[in-house]
Design a protein around this ligand. Structure first.
Ligand SMILES: [Zn+2]
Length: 358
C-alpha cells in the first residue's frame, strides 16, 4: 500500500491511498457491512464508496472464514470489487460479554450463547482467510474513563498482541494497521503510538474513541497523536460517523473513518441534511415534493420526494430503509468530498466554519 499526501491545509490532509491497484481519495468514510452486507441496502447502490468495513468476529462465527475462503474470499462472496477493511473483533471484546485470558479473549457467541476463544494470531488468520485488503490488529479496548493503571495495562496487552499479529501476518496482498489505545491520557496515548510505530504498520488507527467521551476530549487526543503518527501513513479514527464530528477530526489530520451510525439513523427515519437532521416521520413532510436535500446527488434524492419517502417509512417501512440508508451514507461521503476539495483549495478553515454554522 502507498499513501501519498497530495495537499494539506494546516493539519487537514488530502491524500491518495493505493491498495491492490485501487486508488482511494482521502479523507474517506467507510460504511459498515458487518456480516458482509449493509442492512437492507445492496452495496451496489453505494457508488461513491471505495472501502467497505466487514467484521472478523461475526464472519468467523457465521458463515465461517474457511467457508468464505473456499468460495473465493470475501470480495467474491459479496461481489464487491472495491476495497474491504476487516475489523479484528477487538471492538466486540468491549461491546459483548467477554473474559480476558493470558493469550486472548474468551467471547460469548452471540448466535448460540456458547463460548469460544479468539487470540491475536487467530484474528489475523481469520482476516487472512477472508482476504480483506486491510486487516486490523486484535486490540484490547477498555472504557475511556477507567484508571490510568487500567489504561496502561490495556496498552501493554495491545502492544504484545500487535507484535503477535505482525509475526503471523504474511499476506502481501493485505495491509495491516496498528491500533493506538490509552483512553484520554495523552502520555499513555503517546506511549501506545510509539509502540505501534516501532512495529512499522501500514497505517495507524486511533481506537477507544466515540465511546462516550466529549468531542473536546476526543479532539485533544487526536490532535496530540497528529504530531506523533508518521506523516506518510494513513490515520484512521474508528467508530465515528456524525458529519460535524468528521469535519472536526479531518481538521486534526485524520484520513479514514467508519461507523454504522448513518445507516442506523436512516432506519429510525432520521436523515442527514449536512450538519443537521430531519425526521421523515414528521407530518409536515406529507405533501412535501422536495427531495431530502436539494443539493444531494444520491439515488434517493434524484428520484424521490420527501412525501413519498415519508409514506414508505410509515406504511412500507422496510422498503424505505434502502432509500433512506443510501441517502445518509452518500450524504456523508459528499460532505467529506467537499472537505477534501476545500483542503486542495486551501480553504478548509472557512469550509469548516461555514459547515458547522450553516
Ligand atoms: Zn440524498
Amino acid at each position: 500500500m502507498a499513501y501519498k499526501l497530495i495537499s494539506n491545509d494546516k493539519n487537514a490532509r488530502a491524500g491518495l491511498l493505493s491498495i491492490n491497484n485501487i486508488e482511494v481519495q482521502t479523507p474517506t468514510f467507510m460504511p459498515v457491512a458487518t456480516r458482509g452486507a449493509i442492512k437492507s441496502t445492496p452495496h451496489q447502490y453505494l457508488d461513491k464508496t471505495s472501502i467497505l468495513l466487514a467484521n472478523a468476529y461475526h464472519l468467523h462465527l457465521r458463515p465461517g472464514a474457511q467457508l468464505i475462503n473456499d468460495l473465493g474470499g470475501l470480495h467474491n462472496f459479496m461481489n464487491w470489487d472495491k476495497l474491504i477493511l476487516t475489523d479484528s473483533g477487538g471492538f466486540q471484546a468491549w461491546s459483548l460479554p467477554t473474559k480476558l485470558l493470558n493469550d486472548g479473549i474468551e467471547f460469548k457467541n452471540v448466535y448460540d450463547g456458547s463460548f469460544f476463544k479468539m487470540t491475536p494470531e487467530e484474528s489475523i488468520n481469520t482476516q487472512n482467510l477472508l482476504g480483506s485488503d486491510i486487516a486490523m490488529i486484535f486490540d484490547y479496548l477498555i472504557d475511556y474513563d477507567r484508571s490510568d493503571d487500567d489504561q496502561m495495562k490495556a496498552i501493554e496487552i495491545t502492544s504484545q498482541w500487535a507484535e503477535k499479529a505482525k509475526s503471523v501476518h504474511k499476506n502481501n496482498k493485505q495491509d495491516l494497521f496498528g491500533i493506538v489505545q490509552g483512553g484520554l491520557n495523552l502520555d499513555l496515548r503517546e506511549t501506545s503510538a510509539k509502540s505501534m510505530i516501532e512495529l512499522d504498520f501500514d497505517g495507524y488507527a486511533i481506537g477507544g474513541l466515540a465511546i462516550g467521551e466529549t468531542s473536546t476530549e476526543r479532539k485533544k487526543v487526536v490532535e496530540h497523536l497528529n504530531s506523533i503518527l508518521p506523516l506518510d501513513k494513513p490515520r484512521y479514527v474508528m467508530g465515528l460517523g456524525d458529519t460535524v464530528g468528521l469535519i472536526d477530526l479531518i481538521d486534526s489530520g485524520v484520513d479514514m473513518f467508519d461507523c454504522v451510525w448513518p445507516a442506523r439513523l436512516a432506519r429510525h427515519g432520521k436523515l442527514i441534511t449536512r450538519n443537521s437532521y430531519i425526521n421523515i416521520k414528521n407530518h409536515k413532510f406529507m405533501k412535501d415534493e422536495k427531495p431530502i436535500d436539494t443539493n444531494c446527488k444520491c439515488f434517493t434524492c434524484i428520484n424521490y420526494s420527501r412525501a413519498y419517502l415519508r409514506h414508505l417509512y410509515v406504511n412500507e417501512n422496510t422498503t424505505s430503509w434502502l432509500y433512506l440508508t443510501v441517502h445518509n451514507i452518500i450524504q456523508t461521503e459528499q460532505i467529506i468530498e467537499e472537505a477534501r476539495e476545500s483542503i486542495l483549495n486551501s480553504s478548509f478553515e472557512s469550509f469548516k466554519k461555514e459547515f458547522i454554522n450553516e
